[in-house]
Design a protein around this ligand. Structure first.
Ligand SMILES: NC(=O)C1=CN([C@@H]2O[C@H](COP(=O)(O)OP(=O)(O)OC[C@H]3O[C@@H](n4cnc5c(N)ncnc54)[C@H](OP(=O)(O)O)[C@@H]3O)[C@@H](O)[C@H]2O)C=CC1
Ligand SMILES: O=C1O[C@H](COP(=O)(O)O)[C@@H](O)[C@H](O)[C@H]1O
Length: 489
């Protein structure tokens, strides 16, 4: 099915319907797709949470959320009413059995039983198994049901296994959609287009021509209202184990046979399985962890992480890792990954540094070609080339950047990544969702790093809020003669 077409009628049940994610991301995303005429008028969206609310009260909350989180120019009163008319709500403690489930059953019984049903778990992951069990107990899992699992899928292998087993007992793997919103980003999907639709790139995409790869996701925000969650997570679990490893997989994988979900997932899995383990013995040389201290971000004084938290903590808000993909294609190529809260700039990007030309023709060695895939903001692709300096008669080189901006038609903003993913679950297209074995392979690599950190094999560094991270992260690259690419303003 074409992705701009209307999807078939569906029932979307959101567990955690009063929460931050639903209000800030899910309802606005669904509204936007209704606005683009991708959601049919007989679709139903049912919120479920413990808070006692009737339908009207929930609709009022949803209206507030749309007004708060969507730009006013896309909020037309008629469309908002059309969207809100699709909503319903059940008060439900989803972790317990009880008569409240019959209310949900009654709402679902209003539509055809063979309609697509999406159960979206936007609540604490410890509840996922119990919700699945209750959906089964009350006969709500149909052959056309799908379940979308929000991150985090565990905090380590054991908890991930428990979550996956809990859900997997009632839903077969093909009905489970583990969301990673980075895969919903257009510019992340573009990695495959750039690599495999351009023979020029494809031919140069290996250790023979590539010297190093950098993957950065830095944010200016701190932990905002999510300190309780974040302090049990930290930068590695929050961003690297999932989002940045997924990006790394797309950069490093072999060409899949097709864009079918399992072909792409198998290719990603092969990369995860080829990641060189980082052990207690190597963690100190291959990883850096740090916490931000007070500083200035976007011209404003901000407190340090520990002050914000109000208690001591060993949770990192910055992580940098030198990873190695042990396949013939990537022999000797470091993959530098870093993520930060309270960084000097919000930027997510992939930087490919090519090996310099082996020529003495121009005197000095020409600069390395560098390809920057700007995931966000200022989405685009930039290629640094060596050209002759036209101001001089002699062959003096300087660099020039080819800069291709990736823009939506009419200058519209990029759709939020949740929009595409929410409807892919309705379409039954899992290609941008994570398979269980990928989650496990990612934990297999990440967990020993977390263990080494827990046992203080790697000292906790600090960095000022508003800076680009600790000095030790600069040294991580300097050993290989590399420097971090800091995106220009
Ligand atoms: N917020 C975000 O930006 C992101 C969140 N996530 C993930 O999404 C999930 C939800 O996060 P978030 O919205 O921030 O969390 P919130 O704490 O804001 O919301 C949790 C929701 O779960 C409901 N809930 C809690 N216990 C039960 C229960 N026993 N039965 C039914 N409903 C229950 C709460 O409602 P009530 O109290 O009324 O029951 C509330 O609606 C988490 O897994 C989180 O890690 C992932 C990425 C980003
Ligand atoms: O999953 C998460 O991602 C966001 C960053 O997402 P982005 O699309 O703005 O790059 C991060 O703030 C949050 O801590 C994390 O849980």
């Amino acid at each position: 099915m074409e992705h701009f077409q209307q999807v078939e009628p569906f029932d979307y049940v959101i567990f955690g319907a009063t929460g931050d994610l639903t209000m800030r991301k899910l309802l606005p995303a669904l509204y936007n797709r209704l606005r683009m005429d991708q959601i049919p008028d007989d679709a139903c969206i049912i919120g479920a949470a413990r808070t006692e609310l009737d339908r009207e009260a929930y609709v009022a909350r949803a209206r507030d959320a749309l007004e708060r989180f969507l730009p006013s120019d896309i909020l037309s009163p008629g469309l908002v009413e059309r969207f809100l008319a699709r909503l319903d709500y059940v008060t439900l403690d989803s972790s317990r059995e009880g008569p409240q489930w019959e209310n949900l059953k009654a709402l679902l019984a209003k539509t055809q039983p063979d309609r697509v049903r999406v159960y979206y778990f936007a609540t604490a992951p410890q509840l996922y198994g119990g919700i699945s069990e209750n959906l089964h107990r009350y006969g709500l899992i149909t052959p056309t049901s799908r379940v979308v699992l929000e991150k985090p899928i565990g905090t380590d292998m054991a908890t991930a296994t428990a979550i996956n087993d809990g859900v997997g007992q009632y839903f077969p793997e093909k009905q489970i959609y583990r969301i990673d919103h980075y895969l919903g980003k257009e510019t992340v999907q573009n990695v495959l287009a750039l690599r495999f639709a351009n023979p020029l790139m494809n031919a140069a995409w290996s250790a023979e021509h590539i010297e190093s790869v950098q993957i950065t996701a830095a944010e200016t925000v701190g932990v905002e209202g999510r300190a309780a969650y974040y302090d049990t997570s930290g930068a590695l679990r929050d961003m690297i184990q999932n989002h940045l490893l997924q990006v790394l997989c797309l950069v490093a994988m072999e060409a899949p046979d097709s864009l079918e979900a399992d072909a792409v997932r198998n290719a990603k899995l092969a990369v995860l399985n080829a990641l060189r383990p980082i052990t207690d013995a190597t963690a100190a040389t291959e990883t850096v962890r740090a916490q931000y201290t007070a500083g200035v971000v976007d011209g404003e004084n901000v407190p340090g992480y520990l002050e914000e938290l109000g208690k001591p903590s060993a949770t990192e808000t910055y992580a940098a890792i030198r990873a190695w993909v042990d396949t013939p294609r990537w022999k000797g190529v470091p993959f530098y990954i870093r993520t930060a809260k309270r960084s000097g700039r919000k930027v997510s990007e992939i930087v490919i540094t090519f090996r310099p030309a082996a020529t003495t023709m121009f005197g000095a060695t020409p600069a390395s070609n560098r390809l920057v895939l700007r995931v966000q903001p200022n989405e685009g692709v930039e290629l640094r080339l060596n050209v002759k300096n036209p101001a001089l008669d002699v062959y003096n080189l300087h660099t020039a950047d080819l800069d291709a901006k990736i823009r939506m038609e009419g200058g519209m903003p990029f759709p939020d990544s949740y929009e595409r993913l929410l409807l892919d679950a309705v379409r039954g297209d899992p290609v941008l969702f994570i398979r269980r074995d990928e989650v496990e392979a990612a934990w297999r690599w990440a967990e020993p790093i977390l263990d080494a950190w827990k046992h203080d094999k790697v000292p906790m560094q600090t960095y000022s809020a508003g800076s680009y991270g600790p000095e030790q992260a600069t040294r991580l690259l300097a050993g290989h003669g590399d420097t971090w690419h800091e995106a220009a303003e």
